[in-house]
Design a protein around this ligand. Structure first.
Ligand code: KIV
Length: 271
């Protein structure tokens, strides 16, 4: 089943109810109006303007160069497209680490200027005070633990996290700290499936997994990965639901042939 056929807007209380009812939450990234409108119409629960924007849309090697202005620019069209889905914007690197005040101001910009319904940021206990401040200002906040791409240089690469007892315990503590600080949900990225299941059962807020197994309360993928339009690399956790780059190449090839052969535009396309 793809189309959910439900007209009620997804809010934080809806996603909490979904966890309580055992209904899985679907989340995909979105960066533009047309794609976001298609995904919203298909019934996806949450649209995330991820800072993966840096890699799949802007062509950087990591998420680190992405700015607040980049994120606001791409959040606006997604907010305009979303009729049902909840719209969550990623806070980019250095938009929330310098001070709690700056974090709150930037989180507020996503709500005021870009029409987001909430924000996401990376980190555990070390960002708990920031999470508390943002959520007490009435801004829904999604946490992000495990492989946190903004810390790629500290983590030493894009690796599975929480593989030994010590780091697994730390992830559990971080998850509890985020819930306690007011996060309404939590992304678990590249975490062993068993640990992700344990964290999911220990929390009342839903977990959204990416490379974290089937026991998470929901799943997220980068839309360009699952549609097959980003081919630079494909992580193991990606399931490709389409191979659109092949379709696009074939279509563009036919267009070039038509233009070169003088068969486009035809009479029906001319005035
Ligand atoms: O930036 C992003 O797309 C993300 C998701 C992969 C969770 O953070």
């Amino acid at each position: 089943m793809s189309k959910q056929g439900r007209i009620n807007k997804i809010t934080i209380s809806e996603v909490l109810k979904m966890k309580q009812a055992g209904e899985k939450i679907s989340m995909l990234t979105a960066y533009d109006y047309s794609t976001a409108a298609i995904m919203d119409e298909a019934g996806v629960d949450i649209l995330l303007i991820g800072d993966s924007l840096g890699m799949v849309v802007l062509g950087y090697d990591s998420t680190l160069p992405v700015t607040m202005e980049d994120m606001l620019h791409h959040t606006k069209p997604v907010s305009r497209a979303a009729k049902r889905a909840m719209v969550i914007a990623d806070m980019p690197f250095m938009s929330y680490q310098v001070s709690v005040q700056e974090a709150l101001r930037n989180a507020g910009r996503f709500m005021k200027e870009a029409g987001a319904h909430g924000v996401k940021l990376e980190g555990g206990e070390e960002v708990a005070e920031t999470v508390r401040k943002i959520t007490s200002a009435g801004i829904p906040l999604m946490g992000h633990l495990g492989l946190t791409p903004q810390s790629v240089h500290q983590l030493g690469g894009y690796k599975v996290q929480g593989k030994d007892d010590k780091t697994a315990r730390k992830l559990m503590e971080d998850a509890r700290a985020l819930e306690e600080a007011g996060a309404f949900s939590l992304v678990l990225e590249c975490v062993p499936a068993k640990l992700a299941g344990e964290i999911s059962r220990a929390l009342t807020i839903p977990t959204i997994g990416i490379g974290a197994g089937v026991e998470c309360d929901g799943q997220v993928l980068v839309v360009n990965d699952m549609l097959g339009t980003f081919e630079k690399f494909t992580p193991k956790f990606v399931k490709k639901y389409a191979e659109l780059s092949k379709d696009i190449q074939a279509a563009v090839g036919r267009y070039i042939d038509d233009v070169k052969g003088g068969t486009f535009p035809g009479k029906e396309h001319s005035f």
